[in-house]
Write a protein that binds this ligand. Structure first.
Ligand code: ARG
Length: 297
């Protein structure tokens, strides 16, 4: 059963512990661009990306992970697939010990036909890295966009799933049945925040950064119950994609600059802010979180 209401939440402390993902994948931006409009951020920027600057920003992101001693694996870009660089979206990694086949991933069904051809080359890359792959049934699942919408709790075996613009509830029914784990469904209500990772970024077992304006009342209650020390961000900082920051290690938060209130609140929790300018990727509706796949071997 999917969880849609805080009263249905299990005791989180009784759920199995999750290890931190130990591998991180980036996709080279050589074919990155804004060539079509599938979210409101892209509308003003068709053919408007500074591609040289985008490459420099991507290199800075890669370097930032490496400086935190997180080994980075790099996949080449795919010609004609300008959004392939957003490699959070093509799959949802499943932690080890959940499926009998070991470390696994559920492959996405991209909502836009423009992005559907991304899944096959991505699946090949994951398979060659030893992951077992599961596929959703295209007849019963309209769409599912990986860790764009599927957000693992950083400490407990609990999945939070965004539904609406890019992922359908039927995907989580299937994932719940495969994994036997509790899955919380969060309806997304604002087209600017079309993926869960644009409005919720987990930090640790008690804290996440989130923008209440992107959720229903039930969703807000669920997030507050799951993350009792959650940081609620203002609209202007949410639009600046502060909720698309990434905490890879429990100590650092990699995020596009310019969200002083949220950054101060994150620092108050003892984390170090690492600013990475992602202005060229914001034009496509993405930032740090969606430019990587953090997964388990
Ligand atoms: N242009 C891409 C799209 O609309 C951006 C994806 C960003 N990814 C994310 N997880 N928010 O699909």
């Amino acid at each position: 059963m999917l969880i849609r209401d805080a009263s249905q939440l299990p005791d989180l402390a009784a759920l199995p512990l999750l290890p931190r993902p130990d591998r991180l994948l980036l996709v080279e931006p050589e074919f990155y661009d804004v060539e079509y409009v599938i979210n409101p951020h892209m509308a003003a920027y068709v053919e408007g990306v500074d591609r040289l600057l985008a490459r420099q920003q991507w290199l800075a992101l890669r370097k930032a992970y490496e400086q935190l001693s997180i080994p980075v694996e790099v996949l080449p870009g795919e010609p004609f697939l300008p959004d392939f660089v957003f490699c959070a979206n093509q799959a949802l990694p499943i932690p080890p010990g959940v499926l009998s086949d070991g470390a696994s991933a559920v492959m996405s069904i991209m909502s836009s036909s423009r992005r559907q051809p991304e899944v096959r080359p991505f699946a090949a890359a994951l398979e060659s890295r030893g992951l077992h792959l599961e596929y959703l049934d295209q007849y019963t699942v309209r769409a599912f966009e990986g860790t764009g919408d599927g957000s693992w709790h950083p400490e407990r075996a609990l999945l939070l799933g965004g539904v609406g613009p890019r992922s359908s509830t039927a995907a989580y029914d299937r994932i719940q049945a495969w994994t036997g784990l509790p899955v919380v469904v969060l309806e997304l209500t604002d087209p600017r925040f079309y993926h869960l990772d644009t409005c919720l970024s987990p930090i640790d077992g008690r804290c996440a950064v989130f923008f209440p304006g992107a959720f229903t009342e039930q969703g807000i209650e669920l997030i507050r119950a799951i993350y009792p020390d959650a940081i609620e961000v203002q609209e202007a900082e949410a639009v600046n994609m502060v909720c698309n920051g990434h905490c890879p290690d429990g100590q650092h938060f990699l995020v596009h600059p310019g969200s002083p209130s949220a950054e101060a609140a994150i620092e108050d929790r003892g984390l170090e802010i690492v600013n990475i300018d992602t202005s060229e990727f914001l034009k496509s509706g993405g930032s740090v979180f969606c430019m990587k796949l953090h997964y388990w071997s």
